[in-house]
Write a protein that binds this ligand. Structure first.
Ligand code: ZN
Length: 497
């Protein structure tokens, strides 16, 4: 009997994974090569395939299978235990919201995203405000349907970082506030190092460096590829077809260098998930936060280290002899680690970045715990930027309207960006206990680092929770001190504090 239900679960898993594959392929296409004009037909197609997914998943047969397997969980092997837990959670998440209300919400999000675009272009928050209000009210209703423990915002946090709660996030952000805000203030008192030389960096040469560095980091080019898009991203069709994008600006070399390293970190995660799950939903990174830890450890902990560039700077200089030929390694290193409070999150440096996230977190927590007038949000935004970063935007386009997330209903998503960096610091600390990281970076032998990450993080896919992965990899629960200690140590040295 149990065998029969296990088979049904495997078939369902493979079927849903195949449907997701086709959706992912459309997404890849629309963000790289597809024509803008094809948008309408594409969205009809996505709607049709999403409906197929819903009907294949949410039905009595799935419910019966999951009910049976949950009652016999102890008899199952680890993979089928993980699959049962994974699909049961997904089933509850989707089935508790009435289908017609969800369809209305999806339509609202399209209009809301359009309104946000217009509001940002015209710098007029009032165009977006009524839609934002509707999105928030709908999400509050969905939280009631889905239920929550302790804090309504917990339900949304859990969507992107399973297990994350306001209690954990509060501790994390309080730690940031007390340690990073003063660090940024201390750095601001110091003279700014020279920035990268103003020059033209030909795109072909930048692309050549992307290919070189991906290979150096361990990206398997037989199981993935790179393309260009407006905003860099990683997309996995399967562990054998992992795709990344980058973006080339002729006058900004570090932008493509670090976005390629960042996305390669995401890609290494997907390429190194164990093949024992097969073509399964489990063959995918477990959460936004753990995913971001893998991109950030490569981008920042490894990729912005002096030892890393000790190895690779000569290659970069050989591709840009006129632009970088006379720039010393030490100056290049300081230029790629400049800290300067700024208004735009996606352009922020490693130290000020989490403060942008802290503003979003504090506002989201408030939005979902009390009645809020959306017209108060821009004022609140500016107050927090003044308090934490010492800046305020002249307009809402550079302030509260800068990111698409809220218009797309992505509340609870922002904290995972900052958590990723914090997880990365904890992983890096523990890697350093058994591996000479600087030596790996300086010699270009990245295998021990990728080996550690693959064995302790990548291999599990979505079969463990983020907290379980952190604990088994480091022998400890998540501890935000590693992150603030790392930033403090690194930047006190660079800025001679
Ligand atoms: Zn990322």
């Amino acid at each position: 009997m149990t065998e029969q239900y296990i088979q049904k679960l495997d078939q369902l898993d493979q079927h849903l994974t195949a449907i997701n594959y086709s959706l992912a392929l459309i997404e890849w296409d629309s963000r790289t090569l597809a024509s803008k004009k094809g948008g309408e037909e594409r969205s009809i197609t996505v709607g049709a395939i999403s409906k197929i997914y819903f009907e294949a998943f949410i039905n009595d047969s799935t419910k019966e299978t999951l009910d049976y397997l949950n009652q016999h969980l102890a008899e199952l092997d680890d993979i089928h235990q993980a699959k049962t837990i994974y699909f049961t959670k997904e089933y509850h998440k989707i089935s508790k919201i009435p289908a017609d209300e969800f369809a209305q919400y999806t339509a609202l999000l399209e209009k809301s995203t359009e309104a946000w675009e217009e509001a940002r272009t015209k710098d007029d928050f009032s165009i977006f405000a009524p839609y934002l209000d509707q999105v928030i009210k709908t999400l509050k209703k969905f939280i009631q349907y889905r239920g929550y423990t302790k804090h309504p915002y917990n339900t949304l946090l859990d969507d992107y970082e399973p297990g994350l709660t306001v209690a954990v996030a509060d501790q994390f952000f309080t730690n940031l506030k007390t340690k990073i805000v003063p660090l940024v203030q201390a750095i601001s008192q110091k003279p700014l190092p020279a920035a990268m030389p103003v020059a033209t960096y030909p795109v072909d040469q930048q692309a050549a460096f992307s290919t070189y560095i991906m290979e150096q980091l361990g990206f398997d080019a037989n199981r993935g590829t790179i393309a260009e898009s407006a905003h860099p991203f990683t997309l996995n069709l399967s562990r054998n077809d992992v795709r990344i994008t980058t973006h080339y600006y002729e006058n900004d070399l570090p932008s493509s260098v670090f976005s390629t390293i960042h996305e390669t970190g995401h890609a290494l995660y997907e390429q190194n998930i164990s093949d024992r799950f097969g073509f399964s939903q489990l063959t995918s990174g477990v959460s936004m936060g753990i995913h971001e830890s893998q991109s950030r450890i490569y981008e920042n902990n490894f990729g912005r280290d002096l030892a890393f560039w000790d190895r690779h700077y000569a290659k970069l200089q050989s591709l840009f002899p006129e632009q970088l030929g006379t720039l010393a390694l030490a100056d290049f290193f300081r230029a790629i680690n400049i800290v300067r409070p700024s208004l735009i999150r996606i352009e922020a440096d490693e130290v000020t970045y989490p403060l942008h996230i802290m503003v979003r977190y504090e506002m989201e927590k408030m939005i979902f715990s009390q009645e809020i007038d959306v017209y108060d949000l821009p004022r609140l935004w500016n107050e927090k930027y003044q308090q934490y970063l010492g800046l305020s935007a002249d307009n809402n386009a550079q302030g509260i309207l800068q990111d698409v997330h809220w218009s797309a209903g992505l509340f609870g998503y922002f904290p995972s960006y900052a958590l990723g960096s914090a997880y990365a610091a904890q992983f890096a600390h523990h890697i350093g206990q058994s591996i000479d990281i600087k030596n790996c970076l300086a010699t270009g032998d990245m295998k021990p680092l990728l080996g550690w990450l693959s064995q302790n993080v990548h291999t599990y896919g979505s079969s463990k929770t983020p907290a379980e992965i952190i604990h088994s990899a480091t022998g400890q629960d998540f501890n935000p001190d590693y992150y603030t200690d790392y930033l403090d140590r690194k930047y006190s040295q660079i800025y001679e504090l």
